[in-house]
Design a protein around this ligand. Structure first.
Ligand code: GLP
Length: 243
């Protein structure tokens, strides 16, 4: 539990930097990092860019996999997660473009795209650190309430609460929010060696309480991480209101 969102962002970025820097990469053995989008991780990305510019961190031996992507938004749409990742992070660091993987929500065969993503992750050696965020309804990635806790990357229809929460990015018009997304499964994230989940703001406080103080429950999919051996929740004071 940290003071506020800014401290969470700085702490999370330092944690990621430490994990990358202590890793000994080799040929065919990159550091594999899972990444989220949304408002919460923006501060972390800004700090990571600072560390890169200060020469304290390089992404040359890092391969990334993003958690999710909307279905049917053009890649260059400002709200596509592809656009977000390049704009907010990848274009500012030294990652090899081919090492930054974001699901293609415009693929002609979406299940095949999901299978390809899972295969790429396995071929990269599995995820060392998955950084995640949650929705106010306790979803991780786009694993909406009721998702299987052993799910893999797949197409998901978004819950009404998620459309509501994300309409702010689409001119406050809920009809503009895509109805479906591609998302890694809960099981996909559970396979990572280490998971770090960032939670800030009072509007996430019920979800945090459900995540850590009640039983594992597929209606609050983030609660699955109680059964992960190495998961860290990094949150601000506001998010702890219901604890
Ligand atoms: C979306 C994304 C999630 C993200 C969540 C929270 O639903 N699919 O991966 O964690 O938003 O977003 P924010 O950080 O903006 O609250």
């Amino acid at each position: 539990i940290l003071e506020n969102a800014e401290v969470v962002a700085d702490w999370a970025a330092r944690f990621v930097m430490q994990r990358i820097n202590e890793f000994a990469p080799g040929p065919g053995r990159p550091f594999v990092l899972g990444l989220p989008t949304g408002g919460t991780p923006l501060g972390m990305y800004r700090r990571l860019i600072d560390f890169y510019r200060e020469g304290r961190l390089s992404f040359r031996h890092v391969v990334t996999f993003n958690m999710d992507e909307y279905v049917g938004l053009p890649r260059d749409h400002p709200e596509s997660y592809h656009f977000y990742m390049w704009n907010e992070f990848f274009k500012h660091i030294d990652i090899e473009p081919g090492n930054a993987h974001v699901l293609d929500g415009n693929a002609s065969d979406l299940p095949a795209e999901c299978a390809r993503f899972e295969l790429l992750m396995r071929e990269a050696g599995g995820v060392n650190l998955f950084v995640g965020g949650i929705g106010p309804d306790g979803h991780i990635a786009f694993n909406e309430p009721g998702s299987s806790l052993v799910s893999r990357t797949r197409v998901k229809t978004l819950a009404y609460d998620t459309l509501e929460a994300n309409k702010r990015f689409f001119g406050n018009d809920i009809t503009k929010v895509p109805r479906q997304a591609l998302t890694v499964g809960v099981g996909t994230v559970m396979d990572a060696q280490e998971v770090m989940i960032l939670i800030t703001g009072a509007h996430k406080s019920l979800a945090l309480a459900k995540a850590v103080e009640e039983g594992v429950n597929h209606m609050w999919t983030v609660s699955a991480f109680q059964q992960h051996p190495q998961t860290l929740f990094v949150c601000d004071e506001d998010a702890t209101l219901e604890l």
